[in-house]
Design a protein around this ligand. Structure first.
Ligand SMILES: [Fe+2]
Length: 253
């Protein structure tokens, strides 16, 4: 960490495969190399780590993440499988042994709360009442520490015809918890494969793009739904200081 500045690389929707000639893993590696060039303090992977939740894909992912340039933390997306993720990262002792893979990262100037609100077997996300209680109690345990909450599914309406159907179905329940905890400085997520900014209660929400491909935006009937576009894949660099708060930059690959 340089002076009091704290840098986080948020890398999302890497969709690593075992049958693409290594393309997705190479894109992820480019993002990690860029993050290393920025001397980030921490790397967060916010879900859809692999494409089809297959063991061979997790093996490729684990091999690609063997020597990260900074501590790296993983969370699942709708393309992941909790059991496979646990099995392939036995050294990731921060992952709970059962149930949702939610946890906190406590060792840095910013507190990070990783909320797994994926629904096994489903594309959309949902925060259960148990997960909302966990989030509420976890945030209540450190009210004075500036905090980032990370989840996979965007908790706000993006206006996209597809992604609003397959986002966090009860974003209002999530926002109601965030509203009780003013120390939440930012909410970060992925899933949409395009950079966007929204709101959950007082907290700005940043959607990181995918490192693998970008989806176009469909606002009106007749527009192509989630076409793969030539828009820029990338990742997000979150830079924090105690005096200045957070700035979030999209970095193109
Ligand atoms: Fe994805």
């Amino acid at each position: 960490m340089q002076s009091e500045r704290f840098l986080i690389a948020q890398i999302s929707d890497t969709h690593v495969r075992a049958d693409d000639g290594g393309a997705a893993a190479k894109a992820m590696a480019r993002a990690i190399a860029q993050a290393a060039d920025y001397a980030v303090d921490l790397i967060l992977l916010t879900g859809d780590l692999v494409n089809d939740a297959r063991a061979d894909e997790y093996a490729v992912l684990a091999a690609a993440l063997q020597h990260p340039p900074a501590p790296i933390y993983l969370m699942p997306g709708n393309h992941d499988d909790r059991a496979q993720l646990r099995a392939h990262f036995p050294l990731a002792r921060y992952l709970p042994m059962e149930g949702p893979l939610s946890y906190t990262i406590e060792d840095y100037p910013l507190r990070i709360v990783m909320l797994d609100q994926t629904v096994p077997g489903a594309v959309h996300g949902e925060i259960t009442s148990a997960q909302a209680d966990w989030l509420d109690q976890t945030l209540a345990a450190a009210p004075d520490r500036p905090t980032i909450v990370a989840l996979h599914h965007p908790p706000f309406a993006t206006h996209d015809l597809l992604f609003d159907k397959i986002g966090l179905h009860n974003g209002a329940a999530f926002a109601a918890v965030i509203a009780r905890h003013p120390q939440v400085a930012r909410v970060i997520c992925g899933h949409h494969h395009r950079f966007a900014v929204g709101q959950a209660a007082h907290a700005p929400v940043v959607i990181a793009p995918s490192t693998s491909w970008a989806y176009g935006l469909a606002l009106h009937d007749g527009q192509p739904i989630a076409p793969k576009t030539q828009e820029q894949p990338g990742w997000v660099l979150h830079a924090w200081t105690a005096s200045g708060g957070l700035a979030s930059h999209m970095i193109g690959l």
